[in-house]
Write a protein that binds this ligand. Structure first.
Ligand code: SF4
Length: 469
């Protein structure tokens, strides 16, 4: 962020007030300017707006300015074009996942919000709509003078969507602890390679997440892998990342997943391509996780695509989202969660929890806003077999924080793998005592047998009975 843009964030309150006063003063001119022609007015305003906002805010002229909702920090400076809160990859020092030398735009935005209204963030849970690519490069100022648009008619769903038959919802309603696990699809077209990873969880996990190009590495498609699991009698959670597809492809893929029997979709923005094995790929980020959720919610509840066109039949899905309470900006994390729940998320899976104190602070805020009653909060737990693997993960997996005490405990253990398992079991026991935590989400790359063992050792599910051949 340039020095003047940092100054603008520090003086966000004064700039926000100046903008509000100017817009009020300009409003009486609107009818006359509309008669003159807004295209002509835009021709006068555009060069001034570009220079002034470029200098003050490092503005990228998206044409849909939301500076007053983002603490006067331009969200278009974010490498993933996040307009509804930070991604989960912010580094511990508040720098960007993609550009480690730069402060995360949303760390700046949170500071600007606090300056505008200390203790009460304006637009805290307000959802910023998806960008309209047609407006990029055009004036936002001229929009102040546009006639208010008539509200779009909301078509009734062609068929009322039936409630989703979800084991996660059933567990939550019965007050039982949810268990989900995550597996990566194979680097192979062989469904057996995928099923071999899923089998250790038969009878132990309520649902199995299928990652979507996790870490920006290429694997079997999450939609296809979820369909393979469903056909084999498992309950898949199909992860859908915004990194690789625009809104047309995302909606089409989710329709396809539903046609193949998928009932749970987890919406993510996704790790940046620079983290993976195809760093030269073009990242898409047409939507962020919040706008993807809102789009899919529209397909479920309103029976319509993002364009407003009607579906022949509404989607029947339980939508989920991720949260990362363990990285800055902490003040924004609960707001971001609330935006996701407002946009349709009914279950939330968090990043790896190695820091219970941080999680307790987060859950206190979640419960104070009643969010745990609107979505099942499922906390990520993992295990790793060595201190070296833990350090590698902390250094290379965006958004994972491992306290030094945890690494030191594993490094000092005679059997590091068993100690990692013990830490995971202790964490699960502690999570069961935290108000609002609805379950655990176990993760561990190619560690399926260990994860299954942890589920049993933590007393979450009884060990499956081995049948004689
Ligand atoms: S850390 Fe994430 S949200 Fe923050 S600027 Fe970087 S990509 Fe954007």
């Amino acid at each position: 962020m340039k020095p003047l843009a940092r100054w603008s964030v520090r003086h966000a309150r004064a700039l926000w007030r100046a903008w509000a006063a100017l817009s009020r003063l300009a409003m009486p001119l609107a009818p006359a300017l509309r008669r003159l022609g807004l295209n002509r007015v835009e021709g006068w305003l555009l060069p001034v707006e570009r220079r002034l906002k470029g200098a003050l805010f490092d503005c990228r002229m998206c044409g849909q300015c939301e500076l007053s909702a983002t603490g006067m920090a331009c969200p278009m400076g974010c490498a993933k074009r996040m307009r509804n809160g930070p991604c989960g990859g912010v580094r511990a020092d508040g720098s960007c996942e993609v550009h480690p030398g730069r402060a995360c735009t949303w760390v700046q935005a949170t500071a600007g919000d606090a300056a505008i209204a200390p203790g009460h963030l304006p637009g805290w849970t307000q959802r910023v709509p998806a960008l309209d690519a047609r407006r990029e490069g055009r004036s936002s100022w001229v929009r102040v003078f546009e006639a208010p648009a008539a509200p779009a008619p909301v078509p009734a769903p062609a068929l009322a969507a039936a409630p989703v038959d979800s084991p996660l919802l059933m567990r939550q309603r019965r007050g039982e602890f949810i268990v989900t696990v995550e597996i990566a699809p194979p680097d192979s077209p062989d469904p057996e390679a995928l099923l071999a990873r899923a089998r250790p969880f038969a009878g132990l996990a309520d649902a199995i997440n299928i990652t979507d190009g996790a870490g920006a590495n290429c694997h079997m498609s999450s939609v296809a892998a979820a369909a393979v699991l469903r056909a084999a009698g498992f309950e898949p959670v199909c992860q859908v990342a915004c990194r690789d597809r625009n809104r047309i492809a995302l909606q089409g893929d989710v329709l396809g997943a539903a046609a193949l029997g998928v009932r749970h979709v987890l919406c993510l923005t996704g790790d940046d391509v620079s983290q993976g094995d195809h760093p030269g790929a073009r990242p898409v980020f047409d939507l962020d996780a919040v706008t993807l959720l809102h789009t899919l919610q529209g397909m479920c509840e309103r029976g319509q695509f993002a364009s407003g066109r009607r579906l022949e039949r509404p989607l029947q899905l339980l939508l989920g989202a991720t949260a990362n309470p363990f990285v800055p900006p902490f003040a924004e994390r609960v707001a971001n969660l609330e935006r996701k729940i407002d946009a349709g998320a009914r279950f939330i899976q968090t990043q790896f929890c190695f820091d219970l104190d941080r999680l307790r602070d987060f859950m206190d805020a979640v419960c104070a806003r009643g969010l745990h009653r609107r979505a099942a909060i499922v906390v990520g737990v993992g295990t790793l077999s060595s201190a070296r693997a833990l350090r590698w993960m902390a250094d290379h997996v965006p958004g994972v924080q491992v306290p030094d005490a945890v690494t030191a405990r594993i490094a000092a253990a005679a059997d590091a793998r068993a100690e990692g398992r013990r830490i995971a079991v202790e964490t699960i026991h502690a999570l069961r005592r935290i108000e609002g935590v609805a379950g655990v989400h176990l993760m561990g790359h190619k560690n399926e047998a260990t994860l299954a063992q942890i589920i049993v050792e933590a007393g979450l599910r009884p060990a499956p009975v081995a049948h004689a051949a």
